[in-house]
Design a protein around this ligand. Structure first.
Ligand code: C2E
Ligand code: MG
Ligand code: MG
Length: 605
């Protein structure tokens, strides 16, 4: 029995049966002692002799005992209380069993013996045996039954240890393969499950879609509202996904803010439909918790067998599609082989850019700005260049966006700031006093370290507030208007002049213009270039200049490449001009020499 049983209840039942059948007793039962208020004894298992009557069965079915004292529980309680065997009590005369005397007489019971069941050092209950004769249970019989009780406790202990091990194993499995926050299976499990699903579908010649979803704003919620809110968001997303996908797919938590879905039997059409459904689900989520304000999902899709036959490849390809969707501002994208190459290239370029910052492969150029009022050079814009060891000059249009995407923009901007202040000090030393304008990215404006960094540089170089200026694009301002405004105010309070870059191609909301603490707008070159050829861009530029002047803002026109455009801009009352006509971007250290040779005069010495 001890060897065979894998379950505690089964062991208790079996032991009681063996005692009754082999020992020819009337009743054998196991009582477990609870530590509840009533000190209950729970009748866990019992067996009756094969000749038992109905009344006997009814009696044991309804009997309730307590180990509060011996009168309430008889031998079963005494064994628990004393921790010792309670041997051969006469049921017809024993005062501790007075409560059941009538029943005992009626059922023809003579004596009872009980043994404590000790698991470890704790008595967990007792084994109770009754016989017909009042003087049953001789010495050898008691010793044999005592051994049996010990065997039983050994068995119970063993099974409990086994159950604990099993629970621990289950827990380990749970921890290893399930996410504790959302209860979803994790990425490890994704690979295991995907492998078996693929094997099955392969035999049936059926497709599979892997969807990888990223919660876009999770990071910011963690940062601004705290981890609890961030966690809550993930839990809500998980339950919304489960409620939407139901049985058509299996959902996994694949990364910090990433979820993967295995969608069996789904071809490209079905996968796209699902992606559309999921992204609109999160766009339109009207959850009272505010989920709709935060959850924006970007989804990448990869298909078996078209995009890969191994779980790892499919996952990687879904991720490449997701990254590309994020980079290009789309809600979802299906993988295409060209993505992988682009992705690898970007990855390599990112690693190179990281080195470039460290190895000083970056060069600061500057482009002169001409005052159309005084016809003097009145400033310059700092423009970053990267001399890549293999690819030579990489344009900022390629690497600035990459830096923004990979979080390298902070070290990059800090590099520019340091170089700009150093250069500006050098200009000052050569008697040149025009502002150098620095471009800032959206992420810079969100970064609290930016203002501290600028303050530190001002202190280091003993800079005046007019040494440098900043340019911010409209789209950067609109990404997170509140924190952008806060940063701009701090810079403005430090006496620094600010301009809106690429004006006209972003959101162009005129209402926000009046609330921004800026001094100038830079009209984007796409309009400026056309003003002599097309009436509409000319009208836009003209009215923008008038509007800006009414709002007390200066106007800089970008991208001036010929004299006619410059002439028209002067007629329109534009304040400052920048473009190849005046001067192309050049290394900052060449600027002083350029000024001396150029036909444009310097505004101030
Ligand atoms: P932006 O700030 O609008 O800079 C003006 C861009 O127009 C520069 O391109 C400049 O070389 C180019 N440009 C100037 N005059 C002419 C012209 O007459 N014709 C034409 N076709 N182009 C002209 P660049 O240097 O390639 O920079 C591109 C963009 O990269 C910049 O646009 C700016 O948004 C970004 N960028 C450059 N340096 C930095 C930097 O240090 N930090 C950040 N965050 N962004 C930067
Ligand atoms: Mg600029
Ligand atoms: Mg611009």
């Amino acid at each position: 029995m001890l060897l065979r049983c894998s379950d505690e209840q089964e062991l208790l039942n079996g032991m009681c049966r063996v005692i009754v059948v082999k020992g020819h007793y009337r009743y054998a039962g196991v009582w477990y002692s609870l530590n509840d208020d009533g000190y209950s004894l729970v009748h866990m298992a019992y067996a009756l002799s094969s000749t038992h009557s109905h009344q006997e069965a009814d009696f044991f079915r309804s009997i309730s005992l307590s180990w509060a004292n011996s009168e309430e529980g008889g031998a079963a309680a005494i064994a628990v209380i004393t921790g010792k065997a309670c041997v051969g009590r006469n049921l017809l005369t024993d005062p501790d069993h007075a409560k059941w005397r009538e029943d005992m007489v009626r059922l023809g019971y003579g004596s009872v013996t009980a043994f404590p069941l000790r698991v470890g050092s704790v008595v967990v209950g007792s084994l109770c045996i009754t016989a017909t004769e009042p003087d049953a249970f001789n010495e050898s019989e008691v010793s044999l039954l005592g051994e049996l009780a010990d065997d039983l406790t050994f068995g119970i202990e063993n099974l409990r240890i086994r159950a604990k091990h099993q629970a621990a194993e289950e827990r380990i499995h749970q921890i290893a393969y399930y996410d504790s926050l959302t209860g979803l299976p994790n990425r490890e499990m994704f690979y295991t499950k995907a492998k078996s699903v693929i094997t099955e579908l392969r035999e049936q010649h059926r497709p599979l879609a892997v969807l990888l979803l990223k919660a876009e704003n999770h990071h910011e919620i963690n940062d601004t509202l705290g981890y609890l809110q961030g966690d809550k968001l993930l839990q809500e997303i998980a339950s919304l996904l489960c409620a939407t996908i139901l049985s058509s797919g299996v959902i996994f938590r694949a990364g910090e803010a990433e979820f993967a879905i295995l969608y069996a039997n789904a071809d490209a059409d079905a996968a796209v439909q699902m992606a559309q459904r999921l992204s609109s689900l999160f766009h339109g989520a009207t959850d009272s918790s505010g989920l709709n304000h935060y959850a924006r999902m970007t989804i990448g899709v990869a298909l078996f067998p078209g995009h890969g036959v191994e779980p790892d490849t499919l996952f990687r390809h879904a991720r490449a599609a997701m990254s590309e969707a994020r980079r290009t501002g789309r809600d979802f994208l299906v993988f295409a082989p060209s993505l992988e190459e682009a992705c690898t290239n970007r990855l390599l370029l990112t690693a190179d850019l990281r080195d470039a910052i460290k190895l000083d492969q970056l060069i600061l150029h500057c482009q002169p700005q001409l005052s159309l009022i005084s016809s003097h050079i009145c400033g310059a814009e700092a423009l970053l260049r990267w001399r890549h060891p293999v690819r030579n000059m990489v344009p900022p249009s390629e690497f600035v966006a990459l830096a923004e995407f990979t979080g390298l923009i902070t070290p990059l901007t800090f590099w520019v700031l340091e170089a700009a202040f150093r250069q500006r000090f050098a200009w000052n030393e050569s008697g040149l006093n025009v502002p150098l304008s620095i471009n800032l990215s959206a992420q810079d404006l969100r970064d609290a370290r930016l203002v501290t960094k600028i303050e530190g540089l001002i202190a280091t170089w003993g800079a005046a507030s007019n040494w440098i200026q900043f340019e911010v694009t409209e789209s950067a301002l609109m990404e997170d208007p509140a924190s952008a405004l806060e940063t701009l105010r701090k810079l403005k309070d430090a006496g620094i002049q600010l301009a809106i870059d690429d004006f006209g191609i972003g959101y162009s909301s005129l209402s926000y213009l009046q609330n921004l603490p800026v001094d100038a707008i830079k009209i984007d070159q796409s309009f400026v270039k056309q003003i002599t050829e097309h009436p509409k861009p000319a009208a836009i530029v003209h009215s923008t200049i008038e509007l800006a002047h009414r709002l007390n803002l200066k106007v800089v026109a970008e991208g001036i490449e010929n004299q006619e455009v410059l002439g028209r801009l002067m007629e329109m009352g534009c304040d400052i001009a920048q473009g190849y006509l005046i001067g192309a971007p050049m290394p900052t250290e060449d600027f002083v020499d350029w000024l001396q040779c150029s036909s444009w005069k310097l505004l101030e010495k």
